[in-house]
Design a binder for this molecule. Structure first.
Ligand code: GLU
Length: 484
């Protein structure tokens, strides 16, 4: 059975790179009816950020990425936090030392530093010399009790080949790998050792992770081989880079799942967008629900080259979801954004009707909330450029008043159709184009120059608010408050 894992270190927020890795693991597991394991890699206590584990879990759940085994739900291969698995690591460390596959290194940080500087001065890459590998029994006895780390005896010649499912074989010469550290002086295991042990102990069949870990993989393979473990298969997914091919950072947009949520990106859209960061759908149809992605996902269609982050495309994707999701779902997601915009939909027209009219024009929930405000609040000011253009004509106030009079009797049958006809009639009577009436009225009613179809929005807003706003605009124009 396929078993994969997402193995975050709880050192901060859930970033899109991590979320993408989690997504690919989730899809691979679900596609193959396997298991998706969440493993928390928290052995490096100095890097831990309180609350990060919970935040990461919440982020994954918000995207619909649920796991079958993990610290919160348990499972047959637990515990799922590495800090709770220290006795297991200790056992394997002792085994490697007893079998002579690992050795104690007593070099002090100062000695190692001096060694690196010597190498640098000679133009060599920094690499542990293996000094303690060759200590005699007496030299070793003389050092007993001093602080020490455990290092793996990396075979002196030869290569380790990572058979990557995405990139094919990648060769690493042992000559460039040094005898790397397995556990620190206090006995805590380092990442490469703990990960190799856990991938075996948790019966992981496929290690799917970011390309930045490719250079760790030979080390994990060497650990597994020293312990006699069968190897999982490896798949390294491409990095996510900024449009200028630099490392993705805040200045390119949001980077954490939480920030995207706060910007008004729907989780459904974000997860669909993440899917396309390194994977392409076989039929070219990029809009896919999570279920569709489960059915279609495979590692063959993961690209080798870096995935380029594109904020515009994410917003386009979000706009598609704003249009396609059910009104109930959009309204549910919209709640906090309305509150932030100070909109209380209680007293106004039905939110569903207002959202249905507006959602095609918004890219984010924040934009949508902003575009909905006039349904629930009379405009406090009029768009300046709009007022200079549409409230300037000397007849505007008079026309708005006449229009209000004409529309008043329609109050009982206030439909877009009836409103359209009334505008048509007036335009004919006044010998003007319909647009010449529409623009000032839109500005009077919404305060803005763009928005949904005027007659449709007036129908939703209702006669009371519309007539009131038209008359108030006329008054403001007469008083010279606007339009001059
Ligand atoms: N804890 C590592 C990280 O967060 C996990 C890498 C792996 O998947 O092995 O980058």
């Amino acid at each position: 059975m396929v078993r994969v894992r997402y193995a975050p270190s709880p050192t901060g927020a859930l970033h899109i790179g991590g979320a993408r890795t989690a997504l690919f693991n989730f899809l691979f597991a679900r596609h193959h009816r396997g298991r998706f394991v969440l493993r928390v890699e928290d052995t490096d206590q100095t890097r831990l950020v309180p609350g990060s584990e919970a935040a990461m879990m919440a982020g994954l759940k918000s995207l619909g990425l649920t796991w079958d085994e993990g610290p919160d739900v348990g499972g047959d291969f637990g515990p799922y936090r590495q800090s709770e698995r220290l006795s297991l690591y200790r056992r394997y460390l002792e085994q490697l030392e007893a079998e002579g596959k690992a050795y104690r290194c007593y070099c002090t940080p100062e000695e190692l530093q001096a060694e690196r500087e010597r190498q640098r001065a000679q133009g060599l890459p920094p690499r542990y010399s293996g000094r303690c590998r060759h200590l005699s029994a007496t030299e070793r006895a003389a050092r007993a009790g001093r602080p020490s780390v455990l290092r793996l005896k990396v075979p002196e010649g030869g290569t380790t080949v990572v058979d990557d499912l995405i990139r094919g074989p990648v060769r690493f010469e042992h000559a460039v790998l040094d005898d790397f550290v397995l556990c620190k002086t206090d006995g805590t295991p380092v990442y490469n050792f703990a990960a190799a042990v856990d991938d075996h102990a948790m019966a992981i069949t496929h290690v799917i992770r970011g390309e930045e870990h490719l250079s760790n993989t030979p080390k994990q393979i060497l650990v597994a081989e020293a312990l006699g473990f069968a190897l999982p298969q490896y798949a390294h997914v491409p990095m996510i880079l900024a449009p200028d091919r630099s490392k993705l950072s805040k200045r390119h947009g949001a980077t954490s799942v939480e920030e995207y949520r706060a910007q008004g990106i729907l989780p459904e859209a974000l997860v669909n967008y993440l899917l396309l960061l390194g994977w392409s759908p076989p039929d070219g149809n990029e809009l896919m629900s999570l279920e569709q992605a489960v059915a279609a996902f495979d590692l063959q269609r993961v690209q080798h080259t870096a995935a380029i982050y594109d904020q515009k495309k994410l917003e386009w994707m979000n706009a598609q979801y704003l249009r396609r999701l059910s009104l109930e779902r959009v309204i549910e997601a919209l709640g906090p954004f309305l509150a932030a915009a100070g909109v209380d939909p209680g007293g106004g027209p039905p939110l569903a009707a207002a959202v249905a009219l507006t959602r095609e024009r918004a890219r984010t929930l924040a934009e949508l909330a902003d575009q909905l405000t006039f349904f629930y609040r009379a405009p406090e000011r009029y768009d300046l450029e709009g007022a200079a253009k549409y409230f300037r004509h000397p007849d505007t106030a008079e026309r708005l008043e006449a229009l209000a009079e004409r529309l008043q009797p329609l109050a009982a049958a206030w439909t877009a159709l009836a409103l359209g006809e009334a505008f048509e009639e007036l335009a004919r009577e006044w010998g003007v184009k319909r647009a010449e009436i529409i623009h000032p009225v839109r500005l009077a009613v919404t305060g803005r120059t763009v928005g949904p179809g005027l007659f449709e929005l007036m129908e939703v807003l209702g006669p009371g608010a519309c007539l009131d706003r038209i008359r108030r605009a006329a008054q403001a124009i007469r008083q010279g408050v606007v339009g001059r």
